[in-house]
Design a protein around this ligand. Structure first.
Ligand SMILES: *Cc1c(COP(=O)(O)O)cnc(C)c1O
Length: 441
């Protein structure tokens, strides 16, 4: 299958090129040319299938033309070594817990899949052309993306990952998840804020000198290989609700959103025939998309810092994909509603949900739960995505709801590792000089 750019000024690309380039040359985002419907047979039996079996069917619809079946199956099964269980939280409200992966956040699914897919293409290249150059993944992070990408790509031969993060601005738990790994993962501690890290990465992609010297790609949700696999768990949620007998005449899915990659994958699932009636994009105080839904006018702005910091995005990159998928404002508002919550409301929701349901929400999931409480229609069952384990935000969560939550052993293990990082001034020339010195084979 070919991939076109949302800006329509670049040639269509193969999957291999789209994954290796990240962003299209015209700065647009790649979209698959077709979205295939899954068979009625599949939906009829979905409740009986495992997560891996479901995901393999979905993966074939997107990647089946470009990856042979046995390899694709291997990639899917290697990625999904954990489940994404649906748990009842409140009357008619369920959560899809996406935090059972290696770094306890939903981004593990896309990061691992992308690493495996890229490895597949690199190996094929090596066999056919003898080209031994490595692929370099550059990722700027305010915490969660860096840990998921670093762990997803750890030990994958032919790929080197550089994680740029702002010095002193990520939590100890998050920092330990990408600075203690070593091997093909290099953590770069930038003397600046997250936006500076992102600017360094963007400048690198645009620097002709660098891009002719080394292969550079991104691993955030602009990359098709990271964002499309996120469709897998929407099908898994439906399958579990069906199996539990919890489905009603309608299904509403609520997604705590920042860059809108996660929800866009859900919109793709719906286009493939998954019976989701309505989506709610739940935002923190960064309300650019919410305002767009109210007014039809999209005004990106600088991000605001909030309690749910993985959603502190003022210019969501996947907005271009949503526009491309739907074509116009009216079509978008038929399928998607919005919600926006200030930190105070997030705190109240976390307290209330713990008190009434005994369920511990993290600040991101709290936005999703609250939006369903306010907007779920009576004839619909609701599912919100729990995007991170509350223990990743232990200090905040304990302070808000008065708990002392246990940090899972696998998370503690990271914190015992030895920090290794390269200090970097916030200056593109210094970053470029550093990259130019790194081995490329
Ligand atoms: C990345 C992230 C989000 C936002 O997901 P998008 O795909 O950027 O909308 C929400 N919650 C957590 C915990 C995250 O790490």
């Amino acid at each position: 299958m070919k991939y076109y750019s949302t800006n329509h000024q670049a040639p269509v690309a193969t999957l291999h090129d789209a994954v290796e380039q990240g962003l299209a040359p015209d700065r647009g985002l790649y979209m698959p040319e077709q979205i295939r419907q899954l068979s009625e047979e599949f939906y009829l039996h979905i409740g009986k299938l495992s997560f891996q079996e479901i995901a393999f069917e979905v993966a074939k619809a997107f990647f089946g033309d470009d990856v042979d079946e046995a390899s694709l199956k291997q990639i899917v099964y290697d990625t999904l070594t954990f489940d994404t269980p649906v748990v009842k939280v409140d009357d008619n409200i369920y959560t899809l817990e996406l935090f059972h992966g290696p770094t306890f956040a939903f981004k593990d699914v896309g990061a691992r899949f992308m690493a495996r897919l890229l490895q597949y293409f690199i190996r094929k290249d090596r066999e056919h052309t003898g080209d031994n150059r490595i692929v370099n993944v550059l990722v700027a992070t305010s915490g969660d993306t860096g840990s998921a990408v670093a762990n997803g790509f750890l030990g994958v031969d032919g790929i080197h990952v550089y994680v740029l993060y702002p010095k002193g601005k990520v939590s100890k738990i998050q920092e330990s998840q990408f600075t203690t790994l070593g091997r093909n993962i290099t953590a770069i501690e930038v003397d600046g804020v997250f936006d500076d890290c992102q600017a360094l990465v963007k400048s690198a992609f645009m620097d002709r000198n660098l891009t002719s010297h080394m292969i550079l790609t991104s691993a955030n949700s602009i990359n098709v290989a990271r964002f499309l696999p996120q469709a897998f768990y929407y099908f898994n949620a439906y399958a579990q609700l069906k199996q539990m007998g919890a489905l009603k005449s309608k299904l509403t899915v609520c997604v705590p959103s920042g860059n809108f990659g996660n929800i866009t994958a859900g919109l793709f699932a719906k286009k493939m025939g998954l019976p989701i009636d309505h989506f709610i994009a739940a935002n923190n105080a960064n309300d650019v998309f919410y305002n767009y839904l109210q007014t039809g006018i999209y005004t990106p702005m600088a991000s605001k810092q909030t309690l749910a910091n993985a959603m502190d995005v003022g210019a969501p990159s996947n907005f271009a994909r949503i526009i491309d998928l739907y074509g116009d404002y009216n079509a978008i508002t038929r399928d998607i509603s919005g919600a926006t919550y200030a930190d105070n409301r997030i705190r109240e929701t976390m307290k209330q949900c713990f008190k009434e349901n005994g369920y511990i929400l993290d600040p991101h999931g709290a936005c999703g739960y609250q939006a369903l409480r306010e907007q779920l229609p009576a004839d619909s069952v609701g599912v919100f995505l729990e995007t991170a384990h509350p223990a990743k935000f232990k200090e905040k969560v304990d302070a808000i709801i008065g708990t002392d939550i246990t940090i899972p052993e696998r998370l503690q293990a990271f914190m015992r590792g030895k920090k290794q990082s390269i200090g970097m001034v916030n200056d593109f020339k210094a970053f470029k000089d550093y990259l130019l010195k790194q081995p490329q084979e």
